[in-house]
Design a protein around this ligand. Structure first.
Ligand SMILES: *Cc1c(COP(=O)(O)O)cnc(C)c1O
Ligand SMILES: [Zn+2]
Length: 397
């Protein structure tokens, strides 16, 4: 039965707001970051959540992230550029249960998204919104998965895509960009170097940049992870969520989603403790969190098999750290060797070939459980952010 209280509007978007200085921006124009030089913060989309909206509206909607369209920023549904992203399964541990020490532990498995990672959510949203705003060329620096996703969604939308990627990224990430018709430049350096160079070229060529959290709508796509977690756990959030943190979009997005759901009255005020897991070679957030700092320092110890985690200085470091503290969470690092082990362990026991970024979470779980930071009986969710198939060239079997 279709609920007769379903709101007429496709989106309840109001405007964009700076979480730091409070400046507001008209969402019908193109924006990147806050124009106030004192903060230059990422901007957050705001919705009219005072509307009465019943959860029942979700019934019979398609199993993809667009089922939450009232809380998403695309105004005209004909601008939606979709390949079926989102509404990925929650899978409980089976043969690794014993090692979970009696806790209920789950994966949210993002590997089945288009182009094999959760980047599809953010990029689908950013490309849709870019289409709505009349943008004809999009550029992004990437550690791998965002580039492939942009290439695919831009192809679908008929928009030009330009991607700058570190040369050391596994070949499949480069090949997929070229196959989807993007212009790909391989850079001798890390994602920060890619960002600096693409910025110069984007200004010169008039490309719109969707670098992590310097564009407001990728966050809105990643946010749908939080909506799905709430809905799939029947509106009772888990106690702990483990997240492999690069630029932090998913972590911030999940937190924003919970906030919006509480304002709508769909969940109560109980929140999971959020845990940021980083690679040992790129540990800026962990160091800042443990040191009680409110921003991170540039940290790049070089190559890691978890290329998605090689982000030496996340643009939204302050917001990531705030979410970790507000949630009474924590942060820790995992080595490449441990990730490699976990990829193999999870494949062998659970039949899931997960990305090293996701595998890091299983090691993090075991450590936090052994330290009693995760307590007996707590429900824990790990976000497997991508498919392991794209990383095989760097995995020792
Ligand atoms: C990009 C990426 C991450 C990190 O995501 P952020 O939103 O940048 O923190 C984690 N895992 C995989 C597989 C990725 O592609
Ligand atoms: Zn501001």
């Amino acid at each position: 039965m279709i609920s007769n209280i379903e709101v007429e509007k496709s989106s309840l978007l109001v405007n964009l707001k700076c979480p730091e200085c409070g400046a507001e921006y008209d969402a019908s124009a193109v924006h990147t970051i806050c124009l106030n030089d004192a903060c230059k913060s990422s901007l957050f989309a705001r919705y009219d959540l005072s509307q009465y909206l019943d959860k029942a509206v979700l019934k019979d909607r398609p199993a993809n992230m667009w089922r939450y369209h009232e809380l998403l920023p695309v105004i005209d549904p004909k601008n939606i550029v979709t390949l079926g992203e989102g509404f990925t399964p929650i899978i409980s541990l089976e043969n690794l249960k014993d090692q979970a020490e009696g806790n209920e532990v789950f994966w949210k498995d993002e590997s089945g998204n288009p182009t094999g990672s959760f980047k599809a959510r953010g990029i689908s949203m950013a490309v849709s919104k870019a289409k709505e705003l009349g943008i004809i060329a999009i550029a992004t620096p990437t550690a791998g998965n965002a580039g492939g996703a942009l290439a695919a969604y831009a192809a679908r939308a008929g928009i030009k895509a330009v991607v700058y990627m570190p040369k050391l990224t596994p070949q499949v990430f480069k090949d997929e960009c070229r196959l989807y018709g993007a212009d790909l430049l391989e850079i001798d350096g890390n994602i920060s170097d890619c960002g600096r160079l693409i910025n110069e070229d984007a200004v010169a060529n008039g490309w719109f940049q969707i670098s992590t959290l310097k564009e407001p709508y990728r966050l809105e796509g990643k946010k749908t992870l939080g909506f799905e977690i709430a809905e799939q756990f029947n509106w009772q959030l888990p106690n702990v969520i483990l997240y492999p943190t690069g630029g932090g979009t998913g972590l911030i997005g999940i937190w924003k989603a919970f906030d919006e759901l509480e304002q709508l009255g769909w969940i109560d005020s109980k929140r999971p403790r959020m845990v940021a897991v980083q690679s040992e070679s790129c540990d800026g957030i962990v160091t800042a969190f443990l040191g009680g700092k409110h921003h991170s320092e540039f940290a790049d110890g070089g190559f890691t098999i978890a290329n998605g985690l090689r982000v030496p200085k996340p643009y939204a470091d302050k917001i990531i750290l705030k979410v970790l503290r507000d949630s009474r969470g924590t942060a820790l690092t995992i080595s490449d060797g441990e990730m490699n082990e976990a990829v193999k362990e999870v494949a062998r026991t659970e039949g899931m070939l997960i990305a090293p970024e996701g595998a890091a979470l299983w090691q993090a779980y075991k450590k936090l459980r052994a330290q009693q930071w995760i307590k007996p009986g707590e429900r824990v969710l790990m976000i497997n952010t991508g498919s392991g198939y794209k990383y095989l060239e760097n995995i020792e079997i």
